[in-house]
Design a protein around this ligand. Structure first.
Ligand code: PSV
Ligand code: MN
Length: 430
């Protein structure tokens, strides 16, 4: 199974910290009580919070200029699962892994499922890949896949997505995420309407193969690899296609796939209202795409998104059941550390949003008190909820200080011995 961090190591690492953890939690509990908030309730909700990790996230990422591989990088899905097991062992809110095919394709899905079970992990949505050509692939995706002008290429891309569903079924997944790289680099290169028509026809064929209890998550992205236009460019096209396809098709929001300054929390609200929110790929960005760790640049935006999610939960909004996942590229950090840090930052936004006094906020909204409405959100956002996160984690058997525990375990240098470098970028992000 490879080197792993044991529960005994975590318990020992935690020991010296635990009295302070309790003190900090009690002190925050007293302050929250004055605001009419039960810290026990919030801590309990925090301990149930889950965000999945992408299998490709545990590999070092890169840019189109260079990739600087880490030592001890996972070389296959089994080793990726081991790294994901360590992440969850320490943070206890990342119990599911989202696989990407064909990168993670194995001969024996039962063996992989067993490996995940042994690590206490499950599988989140499966991802198809029609943005690269695989060895011996008959039709190239250079000019598109599901929306390609050539019928045979579209059929090949449809067949791959259907295969992903079948593999996902064997792993216990219940969602297919389709991110489409199709688009154009020149004005006039592609007929906007015809390419979307072809895409929809292909998606209808995939939808027909979807098991009854599955969701089809459609992911939009405004640019890259196509730099002039993309076929699935924004949430508008996304929700229209999801509506056209049917109830099981919903829109997935990857934070990095919008233009700078776009009001993402409002998009989230609209998708919730029309029962079309599939879930999230969390990450952050300064300029574009999913380059940076969740909450590292715009923590307030992440909080405002969770404010919408918690509001929907509070109002018991019908059909509201989004799935949460991280999707980010780790170019200069240890991916295990970045994923742990990001999972905690996403969980932090959720907990902060739980502190918003909803009735008070609705009151300010009704009376048009703009300043006090904003301050109500700020009060929650400005509360340091770290001790709630630590308590939720340790109650579930996780580490008080996950990054420090990971470093002290020397996991990376130990697995480096078991995983000699392949010199390839096999597990890097796209
Ligand atoms: C590319 O932008 C991307 O981040 C998409 O969001 C997918 O979800 C992911 O890569 C894996 O294909
Ligand atoms: Mn994504």
């Amino acid at each position: 199974m490879g080197y792993t961090i044991t529960p005994e190591f975590v318990a020992e690492h935690n020991e010296s910290h635990l009295p302070t953890v309790k003190q900090d939690h009690d002190a925050l509990g007293e302050r929250l009580e004055k605001r009419g908030i039960s810290i026990a309730d919030i801590t309990e909700k925090a301990s149930r919070f889950q965000v999945a990790v992408p299998s490709w996230g545990v590999g070092t990422g890169g840019t189109r200029f260079a990739r600087f591989p880490n030592v001890g990088e996972p070389r296959n899905i089994f080793e990726k699962m081991n790294d994901c097991g360590v992440i969850n062992q320490l943070v206890r809110c990342t119990g599911k892994v989202s696989p990407h095919f064909p990168w993670d394709k194995v001969e024996d899905a039962g063996e992989l499922k067993q490996h995940a079970d042994n690590l206490g992990l499950g599988f989140d949505g499966v991802n198809s890949n029609t943005f690269q050509d695989q060895a011996n692939q008959e039709h190239s995706y250079k000019y598109g896949s599901l929306s390609h002008t050539n019928k045979a290429t579209r059929e090949q891309a449809i067949a791959h997505n259907v295969e992903c569903i079948k593999l996902g079924q064997k792993l216990g997944s219940n969602a297919l995420t389709v991110w489409l790289a199709d688009g154009s680099n020149f004005p006039g290169q592609q007929h906007f309407q015809h390419s979307l028509e072809r895409y929809l026809d292909s998606m209808k064929a995939i939808y027909a193969a979807l098991p009854g209890d599955w969701t089809m998550s459609i992911e939009h992205k405004m640019f890259e690899p196509a730099f002039y236009s993309t076929v699935m460019q924004d949430w508008g096209t996304n929700i229209l296609c999801a509506m056209e396809l049917g109830e099981k098709a919903k829109s997935l929001v990857d934070l990095g796939h919008h233009a700078p300054n776009v009001n993402i929390e409002m998009i989230v609200s609209r998708l919730i209202q029309f029962k079309k929110l599939a879930g999230f790929h969390f990450n952050d960005s300064k300029y574009g795409d999913d380059d940076l760790d969740s909450g590292s640049i715009h923590p307030y935006q992440q909080f405002l998104i969770f404010n919408e999610l918690v509001d929907a939960e509070y109002r018991k909004q019908e059909g509201f059941n989004p799935s949460y996942m991280l999707d980010q590229s780790h170019n200069v950090t240890d991916p295990v550390e970045s994923l742990m840090n990001s999972a905690i930052e996403v969980q932090r936004s959720y907990v902060q949003a739980l502190l918003v006094n909803r009735e008070t906020l609705y009151g300010y909204q009704e009376s048009n008190d703009a300043l006090m409405a904003s301050n109500t959100l700020k009060e929650a956002f400005n509360t340091d909820v770290s001790s709630i996160l630590v308590m939720a984690r340790t109650n579930n058997g996780g580490a008080v200080a996950p990054i420090q525990a990971f470093r002290d375990s020397q996991y990376r240098s130990k697995v480096a011995v078991e995983r000699p470098s392949t010199g390839q970028s096999g597990s890097g992000i796209v």
